[in-house]
Design a protein around this ligand. Sequence first.
Ligand code: ATP
Ligand code: MG
Length: 340
Amino acid sequence: MAEVVHTPRVFSGIQPSGGLTLGNYLGALKRFGETQDRGDMPTIYCIVDMHAITVWQDPEKLNRATRELTAGFIASGIDPTKSILFNQSAVPGHAQLGWIFNCVARLGWMQRMTQFKDKAGKNSENVSLGLFAYPALMAADILVYHATHVPVGEDQKQHVELTRDIAIKFNNDYGVDFFPVPEPVIEGAATRVMSLRDGTKKMSKSDPSDMSRINLTDDADAIAKKIKKAKTDPEPLPETLEGLDGRPEARNLVNIYAALSGKTAAEVVAEYAGQPFGSFKPALADLAVDRLSPISTEMSRLMQDPAEIDRILAHGAEQANAIAEPIVRRAYQIVGMVGA
Ligand code: ATP
Ligand code: MG
C-alpha cells in the first residue's frame, strides 16, 4: 500500500486538574507558544477536562480551573486567532474515537504505563477505570486531528509512544493507512521540572504539597519563599555540568534557570561555578518573578471576563469539531459502523 503523507499538524493538551505550575509552563505552554509563532504547522491546543475527571474533581472548581487554564494558555502566548484553543468535552469526537481505541489498545500495553502506576500507587483496585484507560483517550485526542507532532514534557513520552502503537495497530487491523504515526516533541532545558521538595519526583499541579511547586499564579513573595526553601545539598554549584551528577535537586534548579533565561545548563553552571546556593537561589527567584509575573497579571485580567473566555472556547470547539468530525466518521466507516 502506498504511504499516505499526512499534513504536519501539532496537537497538545493540559488537564484542568489544578493550577498551572512552572513545570507546565516550561515543559509545555512556553513551547506551545513558540511552535505557534514559528508558523510552519497549524497548532491545536486543548484543555483536557475529560482527563481531569479520571480523578474526582469538584464540579465548580473544574469549571473555574478550565477557564483559568484557558487564561493561562492565552497569557503564555497562545493566540486564539492563530491556534485552535478549546476544551475537550466540547468536541464529541474525542470520546467517540476514544472508545474505538479502547478496543484497539491491549490490556498489557496499558499495564506498562508508568503514570498509571505512579498515580494509582498502592490503591490500584480503587482508582477509576478512566484513569487506567486514559492513554487510549489521549491517543484519540491526538489522532482525531490526524496530528503528526505532539509537544509534551518528558513524562508524557510513554503515552505518545502508546499513541503510535495504537495508530499502527488500527491501520494494520483494518488494512488502511488512515492514522498518522505521531512524533513526541520533547525539547529544551526543562523537559522534566522536578518537585522543589524531592528531586526524584516531577513537579505536578496535583501534588498535595504546594511547596513542591511554583504556581503561575504565585506572587513574588511566594515564589521567593519556595525557591529559598527548595531542597538542595550543602555543596556549591559545580564548575562543569558533570558536577551535577547524583545531585538531582541542584540539577533541577540549574535547568529551571537555564529554561527561564534561554541559556543552556552549561552556560548557567559556568556563570555560577563555585557559588553557594545562598547566592544562586535569590538570582533564580528574581528571574522567575521577572518571567512569571507578567503571565500571572495577564491571567487575572482575563479571568475578570469569564464570558469572553467561554466565547473563545466555543469558537475553538467549532473549529476543532470541523476537523474532527469527518475523521471520526471515516474511522467509524472503516470499523464497519452502519450509518456513519
Ligand atoms: P497532573 O498532576 O494532574 O497530572 P501535571 O502537572 O502533570 O498535572 P498535565 O496536565 O498532566 O500536568 O500535563 C500537561 C503538560 O505539562 C504535559 O505536556 C506534561 O508533559 C507537561 N508537564 C507536566 N509536568 C511537567 C514537569 N514537571 N516538567 C515538564 N513538563 C511537565
Ligand atoms: Mg500529568
